[in-house]
Design a protein around this ligand. Structure first.
Ligand SMILES: Nc1nc2c(c(=O)[nH]1)N[C@H]1C(S)=C(S)[C@@H](COP(=O)(O)O)O[C@H]1N2
Ligand SMILES: [Mo]
Length: 406
């Protein structure tokens, strides 16, 4: 028998190491075969996601939705994007989980079990929009490095937990507090336990808002592991990187938090607009706070075909960071003229808002429907790409769908 059909000794040795046990009949294994125990799990099964979601990266796991999958008013887990900077921890034991409040500006360092949080503080539920700062990155030119998110790194689920403010106040906030920073249980890609994949935070004003939660439930159930079980920070309307998953420590800082992914170009954009591809010095980059106004047409799916003479009922969601969406419009003439959509109020502050419209088309042929939201300060979405920035953040261009009338 020709030896080359069988696995090489060195490959077998590394598989044995990975498995932590001997592969007894390993020498008979065909070349190129990966033992089942070492095969990549099916991410859709692993995370209970719909198989129409798009996997952008598996190391670490990054998965996004498509516009039409986000049609629900409240995003269910199966359509919720996953964004990880590191390795998801093994499922923690909720009974022994603790959250520690520390930092230069805490009056008294304190730790709480989940039971302490649930019994000591009032519980709140808010529907909160979480959008990754890099959502829409794939459109930038010159391209920006990182996950090539299209439009699907946004969600709006119900989150239940305690107010971060109540917990911080229980520990005591010193007068010189300016920022909070989170620390979490996920693992750095290098597996170096000294390194954190990400440790971001927010100014005290955001930390102390009514809607900023330390959540232990998502849509009425335990938070799925990939989304931060058993405890996560949820700060709606800001880049979702502020909403730390698997949070076990929150530091009250007397200066801007300086954890990994707070500095340099991470989650920052040029303080003043720059030309495409321009180099920007670190000191000219500003931390992203409230996310810009944006919307998505979630019905119909782009490419829908419709019979002549029929009205098309479109619908979707619009959001505007810390602000409310004040006006929603659509255009079928590439943005030359706009008509109003019906727009609902948010279920609470920082939740996305639903819009709908009945669209008619003059005759057979190809059309595009563009949607444009305007926030309560009168700022509208740009029709096409907004300001270029080195990391490709904050693309809030109008969402567009193609329609054929036959
Ligand atoms: N501990 C921890 N928290 C994290 C991250 C992470 O990698 N580790 N990623 C952040 C980023 S960049 C985003 S966009 C959101 C994504 O939340 P989701 O995966 O629940 O949708 O989580 C944030 N919180
Ligand atoms: Mo993100």
């Amino acid at each position: 028998m020709k030896r080359r059909f069988f696995i090489e000794k060195t490959v077998l040795a590394s598989m044995t190491t990975l498995l932590g046990t001997d592969i007894v009949l390993g020498a008979t294994m065909p070349k190129g075969y990966t033992p089942l125990a070492l095969q990549e799990p099916d991410p859709f099964q692993l995370f209970s996601k719909d198989t129409r979601m798009t996997v952008l990266n598996n190391k670490p796991w990054n998965i996004e939705a498509k516009a039409h999958l986000l049609d629900d008013k409240i995003t269910p887990n199966k359509y919720m994007f996953i964004r990880n900077n590191g390795i998801i921890p093994d499922k923690p034991d909720a009974k022994t989980w603790t959250l520690t409040i520390d930092g230069e500006s805490v009056k008294e360092q304190k730790s709480y079990t989940l039971e302490d949080l649930k019994s000591k503080f009032e519980l709140y539920t808010y529907q909160l929009t979480l959008e990754c700062g890099g959502n829409g990155r794939s459109e930038f030119d010159p391209p920006a490095k990182g996950n090539q998110w299209t439009i699907g790194a946004v969600s709006c689920a119900n989150w239940t937990g305690v107010r971060l403010r109540d917990v911080l106040e229980d520990a005591g906030i010193k007068a010189d507090a300016v920022y909070i920073g989170y620390h979490a249980a996920d693992i750095h890609l290098s597996r170096n336990p000294e390194k954190e994949p990400i440790s971001r935070g927010a100014p005290m004003a955001k930390a102390l808002q009514d809607e900023t939660l330390l959540a232990f439930q998502m849509n009425g159930e335990d938070i799925p592991l990939a989304h931060g079980y058993p405890l996560r920070l949820v700060a709606g309307g800001w880049p979702a990187s502020v909403s730390g998953k698997w949070v076990n420590r929150i530091s009250i800082r007397n200066k801007e938090h300086d954890g990994p992914k707070m500095g340099g170009t991470s989650y920052r954009v040029p303080c003043k607009p720059v030309g495409p591809g321009e180099k920007v010095a670190d000191e000219d980059m500003c931390i992203i706070e409230s996310m810009p106004v944006k919307s998505l047409i979630t019905y119909p799916m782009s490419g829908a075909i419709l019979k002549k003479g029929k009205q098309l009922n479109i619908r979707g969601h619009a959001w505007a960071g810390e602000l409310e969406v004040a006006k929603m419009e659509y255009s079928i003439d590439f943005g030359s003229t706009w008509k109003r959509c019906a727009l609902e109020k948010p279920s609470n502050r920082l939740a996305w808002q639903h819009f709908s419209a009945s669209v008619s088309f003059p005759k057979e042929g190809y059309y595009e429907v563009w949607a444009r939201a305007t926030d309560s300060r009168g700022t509208a979405q740009p029709m096409l790409l907004p300001g270029w920035n080195p990391k490709g953040y904050l693309n809030n261009a109008c969402h567009r769908i193609a329609i054929k009338i036959t």
